[in-house]
Write a protein that binds this ligand. Structure first.
Ligand SMILES: [Zn+2]
Length: 295
């Protein structure tokens, strides 16, 4: 074989990987730009997703994005009482709606994987990292999964409402799954994954079930992804574990201190997002889900 052929064979895959990574980064920059008000969407700005009007607009945006995948968007509306019944006497119950869709398996099967991220923010916060990054990550993962020839499980892609209010949206959806009696293989939620000041690319995996810990570990070794295991239960994965579902949460280094410093402030803007880190984390989750649905 000529040397030039050998070089070509060696070089082309590297260019391909970089090309794919670049287009993933561009796609994620656009989406987080739209979610956090840097770019307008349909002549409107989503620069906070807290009031009911703002959350309505965010839902319209997310449904539009789901349609762009050729999938059908659905709303899961709920009324949830406050945790303390005394508070319920004084305040109205929580009212909201999660947005979701289903990417069907390539064969007839009744088993599901849930991929979730909350779309709401604290009052007046653009929420580029918390949680524009989580929303964008799971959206990109599903987009990549669509092009696989074989998927042994259905995927529920869900954007939770009202995580910032006692995880209300995810709790309501977990109860809904229980009531419907759906067979759930596992639940993967992503919250705040766009900060990597020390440049080590490390993510944190929160409270995985034993089986999930094994898959994440195998994939991380294969692709060279580093992670820490933590016991944080203050975000959406907790709602599912409480009802007995195998679940895991992904985030940047919250416990280890390399964590979005502007979270829950008006400075949580597009310019603070580490897009390389987000794209790398996206590939990690994609490879994990691909591993599970190849089985
Ligand atoms: Zn969050």
């Amino acid at each position: 074989m000529k040397l030039s052929y050998i070089l070509l064979i060696l070089i082309v895959p590297i260019f391909n990987i970089h090309g794919q990574q670049d287009s993933l980064i561009r796609e994620q920059q656009q989406m987080i730009g739209e979610l956090s008000g840097k770019y307008e969407w349909n002549g409107k700005s989503l620069n906070a997703r807290s009031s009911s009007e703002e959350r309505n607009l965010a839902r319209d945006y997310l449904k539009d994005k789901i349609r762009s995948l050729g999938l059908e968007p659905k709303e899961h509306t709920y009324l949830m009482p406050n945790l303390n019944p005394l508070i319920d006497l004084l305040f109205a119950p929580f009212k909201g709606a999660n947005v979701y869709t289903i990417l069907e398996a390539t064969e007839k099967i009744d088993e599901y994987i849930v991929l979730g991220a909350h779309f709401d923010t604290e009052v007046g916060c653009p929420g580029a990292i918390d949680n524009g990054t989580g929303v964008t990550l799971i959206f990109s993962v599903v987009k990549k999964l669509q092009s696989l020839d074989y998927r042994s499980k259905n995927i529920i892609l869900i954007f939770f409402d009202q995580e910032e209010e006692e995880l209300v949206g995810s709790q309501a959806f977990a109860r809904h799954l229980k009531k419907e009696g759906l067979k759930i293989h596992s639940v993967h939620t992503v919250d705040t994954i766009g900060w990597d000041a020390d440049g080590d690319g490390t993510v944190e995996l929160e409270l995985p079930s034993a089986e999930l810990e094994m898959v994440y570990t195998q994939v991380s070794q294969r692709i060279g992804q580093t992670f820490h295991l933590t016991r944080v239960n203050s975000t959406d994965h907790h709602s599912f574990r409480k009802l007995g579902y195998p679940a895991i949460g992904l985030t940047d280094e919250y416990v280890n201190g390399d964590y979005a410093p502007y979270k829950d402030t008006p400075q949580d803007i597009y310019e603070t997002v580490n897009f390389e880190f987000l794209a790398k984390s996206t590939v990690f989750v994609y490879e994990v889900i691909k591993e599970i649905i190849n089985q």
